[in-house]
Design a protein. Structure first.
Length: 519
């Protein structure tokens, strides 16, 4: 594009020079007395032969051509100037963020690929950061308010790092390049950035606050190229956000090893989902007074090709962070429903949902489609969620669960007491069952205060007309205590371990009372 503009400018200047030269020659000829005498004589002769009008017309056309050429030259110069300005503006926009005016991701790519920033013997440091709590603020003040927030944060970052490169990578993600003497000050500058970002901001009359976490990596100390250095900073940022938000973490080899292991695990999980290798086991829960089996909770299990058994807490978290959780959950829910259709009609299926799934407004309809395809009744299905699912996105979660509730699917609040309990939330969610976290069950035998807490939970559930399940019952002493406190149901190894679908069918066929083993 630049060479084309140069070519146009060259021809424009050449045309201008030619016009000026012709005009000079014409003026010279016209101003020369002898030549003018000849011109007059020629016109007299032409008039004699009645050709004077033709000659005057030719002279007029010639002068008009000169005027046109001059004007055309001016237009070409103006057009060339406009094109040049447009090209400069287009080149700027290609590498800058229109909203904040900061360099953008393409600018970052040029830096890491071509080393377009000056790096001396001290190397450089890369700070990767994103905003903590930005989504909540964006929901509060709207997208225009969110844009204003990003602009204010960008200005603060530029003021904090005035001689260095601040880049908006996208969304609420930023990168800061520190060079020269500032490399040694990376931790101090990260601390300043954290402090300046967390300062309150007023948007549309609303006082809001966001924070930031920072990952730090240095070149060439911790990586042999800028691209790898940036990746290391991202790894450190990930660690900071998952350890304690509002902190700065510097990359080290341990982090690199942990990230490599996690990346390998993520890839193995992707392959396992593709090959349908994640399986389900089912743990019974029963009427704590009669021993009648009421249902089974589906529990995901993954044994890798190496034989290693990966805990659900680990691979479910990876599935959420890598965006695989919806595919995995739908796959497992289908298997669970297919298993439940072989159970008696009175036996319920409990299935766990994560916070990431409740953010999907179409989740309810997808699950109902799976239930219908399996040919089981919706009121036999109970969806289990934890309190943390409703901390940030209660409204979205309610929308996600609305279709399920209207179709008759039951709702259970799992691990009650381990998260952010709220009586208001219980009434908003219309909970059918509360499952008390197993830590309460374990501790209430040796701590009277904990026993009082469990007793209060049970009485609250009675008042709300909500079933209460004691999880993690492992011995007769715990069973007797939970029965005495008034729990409706019990679940734990005392009554039965997780089992595969074949074992479930066999257990149900025997009509065995699971309380007979308790003295």
């Amino acid at each position: 594009m630049q060479s084309e503009a140069n070519r146009r400018r060259f021809y424009s200047y050449l045309e201008g020079l030619l016009i000026v030269a012709l005009a000079a020659v014409g003026w010279k000829v016209a101003s020369h007395y002898d030549a003018f005498e000849h011109l007059v004589a020629f016109l007299e002769t032409a008039e004699k032969y009645e050709l004077d009008e033709l000659v005057l017309a030719l002279l007029f056309v010639g002068y008009a051509g000169i005027i046109f050429a001059v004007r055309r030259h001016s237009q070409l110069v103006a057009e060339t100037k406009r094109r040049t300005e447009a090209e400069v503006r287009s080149a700027w926009m290609a590498k800058h963020d229109v909203l904040t005016g900061l360099p953008n991701r393409q600018y970052l790519i040029d830096i890491v690929e071509n080393h377009t920033i000056g790096i001396d013997a001290k190397g450089c440091a890369i700070l990767a950061l994103d905003l903590d709590g930005f989504k909540a603020v964006n929901d509060l003040v709207g997208h225009h308010g969110g844009d204003e927030l990003l602009q204010i944060v960008a200005k603060r970052l530029q003021q904090t790092c005035p001689v260095d490169t601040v880049i908006r990578v996208g969304g609420d993600e930023f990168v800061i390049f520190l060079t020269g003497k500032h490399v040694a000050m990376a931790k101090e500058i990260a601390r300043r950035v954290i402090n300046v970002v967390r300062e309150p901001i007023t948007i549309s009359g609303i006082l809001v606050e966001v924070g930031t976490s920072v990952g730090i990596a240095k070149f060439p100390e911790q990586a042999n190229c800028l691209d790898t250095t940036h990746q290391c900073a991202d790894i450190a940022l990930y660690k900071a956000k998952n350890t304690a938000k509002g902190t700065a973490v510097t990359f080290d080899n341990k982090l690199g090893a942990a990230q490599t292991a996690r990346a390998n695990m993520e890839q193995a999980l992707r392959q396992a989902i593709r090959n349908d290798e994640i399986t389900l086991q089912y743990q019974p829960y029963l009427n704590i007074n009669t021993g009648e089996i009421l249902g089974f909770e589906a529990l995901a299990r993954w044994r890798m090709e190496s034989g290693e058994l990966v805990s659900p807490g680990k691979f479910i978290g990876i599935a959420e962070q890598s965006g695989q959780i919806l595919e995995l959950s739908d796959q497992l829910f289908k298997h669970a429903c297919d298993a439940a259709k072989n159970w008696p009609e009175n036996i319920k299926l409990s299935f766990n949902m994560s916070a990431a799934q409740l953010c999907d407004k179409l989740m309810g309809q997808r699950l109902l489609d799976i239930i219908a395809a399996a040919g089981i009744s919706a009121n036999r299905v109970e969806i289990e969620v934890t309190e943390s699912c409703f901390v940030e996105n209660l409204d979205v979660a309610l929308i996600s669960l609305k279709d399920l509730r209207e179709a008759g699917v039951r709702l259970a609040l799992d691990d009650f007491g381990s998260g952010y309990s709220s009586l208001t939330r219980l009434t908003q969610l219309d909970i059918d069952t509360i499952k008390i976290d197993k830590k309460f069950i374990y501790d209430c035998l040796k701590d009277d205060k904990m026993k009082s807490v469990v007793s209060s939970i049970v009485h609250m559930c009675k008042d709300l007309n909500t079933n209460v399940v004691a999880k993690g019952v492992e011995n007769a002493e715990q069973y007797n205590e939970m029965k005495k406190l008034g729990c409706d149901m019990g679940q734990g190894f005392l009554f039965g371990p997780p089992m595969n679908d074949t074992q479930v069918v066999k257990l149900l066929a025997t009509d065995e009372n699971l309380l007979k083993q308790i003295a």
